[in-house]
Write a protein that binds this ligand. Structure first.
Ligand SMILES: *[C@@H]1O[C@H](CO)[C@@H](O)[C@H](O)[C@H]1NC(C)=O
Length: 339
């Protein structure tokens, strides 16, 4: 007797749902007080997840700590009200989640949000003493694929175990400040020729009337307005996913499917980084690198760049990044003219 087609389909759907189901449960249950989280090696080592949730006195005192819980709750609420249905995560979706098995940590990296320094810190944490100073690691070394392990490399069982028991953290930034930072870094610096060739030439071909042959060839003088036109052009995402530097955090890190324990912000980088290191129990031996540039004083760079963008495109761009504004409690910028 043959199995009816419908039956096989249901079975396939059920198998597919397994993975997301586990994620779902770990997202709605808080770790039990006194649970044995992190004690995978027999001895009851206190994992960072326990330290975070079970009232480390000093952690409570950190300025950022009060808002950590608030941010988690806000994210959960925003996910409930703004996402329609849960989709199934595949290992492919977990490429941005960096794993530290020694300290039971998972970090989802978002480019333009101090991610080089976080990768350096994770290299120190996972290096077995080979590195001690994050800043001694050259920036390009921190981005070499293979120096750090990502969650996508593990089996489904190993993935679920780590998602349940590790401290998961992410750092986010005001979406348009991040976008302007990506534009400035990738399109206005003469050394980023790979981006000019890969994206710049295409942007100019599509969005500049009557381009000079040299601009078409080099792709090195893309304006912010042309970049915005490229982002909101429906063809762009039909052809390939956004580059990670301008892809939305919502798509890179799946914050509605993965329950992040700490949502750090670029705007409060120092105390938030301190909270992660303290939960991990390494705050005495490891310092999060201080940024050399006064990155956080350029607070309203985006306003300057948006002056030259028409209300029509401002509105389209805001719609594109809307979820990142909503999920991470960033208010609509006052400089926007979207009426
Ligand atoms: C959300 O943003 C508002 C306005 O900036 C702020 O007052 C509030 O504390 C934030 N909430 C959380 C949970 O961070």
């Amino acid at each position: 007797m043959r199995m009816p087609r419908g039956g096989r389909l249901v079975l396939a759907t059920c198998l597919g749902s397994l993975f997301v189901l586990v994620l779902y449960f770990q997202s709605i249950t808080k770790p039990e007080p006194g649970g044995k989280t992190g004690s995978t090696r027999g001895k009851s080592r206190r994992g960072p997840l326990q330290t975070l949730y079970n009232g480390d006195q000093q952690l409570e005192l950190l300025a950022a700590h009060g808002s950590l819980q608030g941010r988690r709750e806000l994210l959960e609420q925003a996910c409930l009200s703004h996402t329609r249905k849960r989709r199934v995560l595949s290992p492919e979706d977990l490429k941005h989640l960096i794993v530290d098995d020694k300290h039971s940590l998972i970090y989802c990296y978002v480019p333009k949000v101090a991610c080089t320094n976080w990768k350096r810190v994770l290299m120190v944490l996972t290096s077995d003493g080979r590195y001690t100073d994050p800043l001694a690691i050259p920036a390009n070394e921190a981005h070499v694929a293979g120096n750090l392990r990502t969650l996508s490399e593990f089996s489904i069982h190993e993935i679920n175990h780590r998602l349940r028991t590790y401290l998961k953290f992410i750092f986010v930034r005001e979406p348009f400040e991040r976008l302007v930072s990506a534009y400035r870094n990738k399109f206005t610096r003469s050394y980023n020729t790979a981006f000019h060739k890969r994206y710049g030439t295409k942007i100019i071909r599509r969005h500049r009337p009557d381009p000079e042959p040299r601009a078409l060839r080099e792709g090195n003088d893309v304006t912010f307005q042309e970049f915005v036109q490229y982002l909101v052009d429906p063809r762009t995402q039909r052809e390939e996913p956004f580059n990670e530097h301008w892809e939305r955090v919502h798509s890179l890190c799946h914050p509605c499917l993965i329950h992040y324990d700490i949502v750090g912000k670029y705007e409060t980088l120092e105390p938030d980084a301190q909270a992660v290191l303290k939960s991990t129990g390494v705050e005495g031996t490891l310092q999060f690198p201080k940024s050399g540039k006064s990155t956080r004083t350029d607070g309203n760079l985006a306003a300057h760049f948006f002056k030259h963008i028409s209300p029509f495109y401002q509105k389209k761009l805001f719609n594109l990044y809307r979820m990142d504004f909503l999920l991470f409690n960033y208010s609509t910028p006052e400089y926007l003219r979207t009426q």
